[in-house]
Design a protein around this ligand. Structure first.
Ligand code: HEM
Length: 456
């Protein structure tokens, strides 16, 4: 039986078990202190306690799912939606009418609207922008001089996403503002999501001021881009035109707020996840130079020495495996949440209506029950003959089901192209002051990665 065909489970409530409570909780705080102190280690050990376990976060009970099959069942079941305190705090910052936080018919309509911009046949249209931006990144670097990978990754991710999806005359000044705004917003957002102390963030402290300025600038930028497009009267074939022409379920144009929130809801996860993944890729290329060399050799064999182009991507299979393996060990999206809308079950365990459920792609993708030598960076594990033995849903960095990332193909194309162009031109040396440890935020990325690119 495949996970897609998992039935709602035994109808008699008595047949259902109560999930065990995970060990390691303390009075009053429960497991909260572990989740705050070292969430990655905590999440990766949860499977030892059961397939579904209960966590105590202060007075609240949260359910954690720990096996690949059950994360698939969770994501595919209609009994769960996107909701909960984390999402509510996100809505307060980014807007209430975007696709990432909507549910039900509104979510279905919004997905239908945006999907064409991300379809496989739309991707080659983005090729020239991706090529131009990634080659420009390598032009900026000087062999032997240290680069700040956070800033460089943000720059390329935000510029590509914004230029591809909003097509507008995306002036450099505006691109820089958007990079700066998104970087600051994302740094402050995680804190506001996990420690929702509203009044504290209103205090006139430098960090709060910087966050509020960046958030206001992000919203202003989106307004400027929308207004500029309307004033131009142009309708290029891009996501913004699609949004401006979208109709609601009554056939009426969608409102200004929804257009605005949709742009924010698509650009923010897009920019942040891609930049975090580029940072992790750079880290892996520096930590495993032999794979950088192998990417270089593959690229040379495919291009014969001409600049790498978008059309080469489908031939760069080792490069693609390097990307997948980096995403396995350092997934940008390290935690996902759902809320049960009805009394239901998961793996024979009772899940009450209103329960919040979490799972960690980071933990699932590092599970020794799914992966041989689970902590080893081994891109060849994705060769067809070897990857067959990896359990279903053990590697889903873009999620599963109706909330699956619409930007998955877009991202894989951009990340493969980026890895090919960077590793073809440079070897990456580690720098003593660099801090490669994973940093927990809305996404996961190296804390402060500094590298020295050296021309091959
Ligand atoms: C949703 C990961 C790139 C836009 C998601 C989800 C994951 C994810 C795991 C599902 C969340 C859930 O199940 O609750 C990633 C990763 C990326 C990436 C790892 C790159 C490495 C992008 C890009 C865009 C994008 C480039 C757009 C420009 C979105 C949106 C959603 C989403 C709008 C919400 C979809 C919905 O709720 O229906 N992403 N993403 N992502 N992603 Fe991505």
């Amino acid at each position: 039986m495949t996970v897609e065909s998992v039935e709602p489970g035994p109808s008699e409530a008595t047949a259902l078990r109560e999930p065990p409570v995970a060990g390691g909780g303390v009075p009053v705080l429960g497991h909260g202190w572990r989740l705050v102190r070292d969430p990655l280690a905590f999440m990766t050990r949860l499977r030892d306690h059961g397939d579904v376990v209960r966590l105590k976060l202060g007075p609240k009970t949260v359910y954690a799912v720990t096996t690949p099959a059950l994360t698939g069942a969770l994501a595919l079941s209609p009994d769960y939606i996107i909701a909960g305190p984390l999402w509510e705090s996100l809505e307060g910052l980014l807007g209430k009418e975007g696709v990432a936080t909507a549910n039900g018919p509104l979510h279905r309509r919004q997905r239908r609207t945006i999907q064409p911009a991300f379809r496989l046949d739309a991707l080659p249209g983005y090729g020239p922008i991706m090529e131009e931006e990634v080659h420009a990144l390598t032009e900026r670097w000087i062999s032997g001089q240290t680069i700040d990978c956070t800033a460089e990754s943000y720059r390329v991710a935000v510029r590509v996403a914004a230029r591809c999806l909003l097509r507008s005359r995306f002036m450099d000044e505006r691109a820089e503002r958007m990079c700066a705004a998104l970087a600051t917003v994302f740094r402050g957002m995680y804190q506001r999501m996990v420690v929702p102390l509203g009044p504290l963030y209103k205090l006139p402290l430098p960090a709060n001021r910087a966050f509020n300025r960046a958030l206001a600038d992000l919203h202003l930028l989106v307004d400027e881009i929308v207004a500029e497009r309307r004033a131009s009267g142009q309708k290029p074939n891009d996501l913004l035109t699609t949004l401006l022409e979208a109709k609601d379920e009554n056939g009426d144009p969608i409102g200004e707020q929804e257009i605005h929130d949709q742009v924010v809801a698509i650009l923010t996860p897009g920019g942040e996840t891609i930049s975090s993944t580029i940072m992790s890729l750079l880290y892996m290329l520096a930590a495993h130079p032999e794979h950088g060399d192998k990417v270089h050799d593959e690229v040379e064999a495919v291009t014969g020495g001409r600049p790498v182009a978008f059309r080469d991507i489908h031939q760069l299979s080792h490069t693609n495996n390097v990307v997948v393996e980096a995403m396995r060990l350092r997934p940008a999206v390290w935690i996902l949440t759902r809320r049960a809308v009805t009394d239901t079950e998961l793996g024979g365990y009772r899940i009450p209506a209103g329960a919040d459920i979490i799972y960690s792609p980071y933990a699932i993708q590092r599970d020794p029950q799914s992966y041989e030598r689970h902590l080893e960076f081994d891109p060849d594990r994705w060769l067809p003959e070897r990857s067959e033995s990896i359990p279903k849903y053990a590697m889903r960095p873009f999620g599963v089901g109706n909330r699956k990332c619409p930007g998955d193909h877009f991202s894989m194309a951009l990340l493969t192209l980026t890895t090919a162009i960077l590793a073809n031109r440079y070897r990456f040396e580690r720098v003593a002051e660099s801090d490669d440890a994973p940093r927990i935020g809305v996404t996961l990325h190296p804390n402060r990665l500094l590298l020295r690119p050296v021309t091959r």
